[in-house]
Ligand binder design. Sequence first.
Ligand code: AMP
Ligand code: ZN
Length: 115
Amino acid sequence: MSLPADCLFCQFVDGTLETEIVGQNEHAIAFRDINPQAPLHVLVIPREHYADVAALAGADPEALADLVGLAQEVALDEADGEYRLIFNSGPMAGQSVFHVHGHVLGGTKLGWSPA
Ligand code: AMP
Ligand code: ZN
């Protein structure tokens, strides 16, 4: 598991690495996924490092609420407020970056094929 010092998403938060930030609030930032799976594919992450959504929920529910609010805001801006919000938790579920992130997907009629 990544430590904050070498975490890609922590580097987006602190500005060490550049990304296209499309929204932010007190606890969360939103930026475009580098490999979009839908016309809208933005990642929402907390400014603080937590490995997954359960860790975030346990430690800072207010930050999780801010993150969900930011997802909604981006989806209202870019997809009429209709979207899917996905948190992959663990490698078997497809998690590859261990700084919690919600995938905000929309902008088209979405299918349902997690396998
Ligand atoms: P997950 O597989 O759920 O952990 O999601 C990680 C997501 O991060 C994937 O959808 C990647 O496309 C995305 N990603 C990886 N590197 C970058 C990057 N440099 N900038 C933006 N998104 C990235
Ligand atoms: Zn991090």
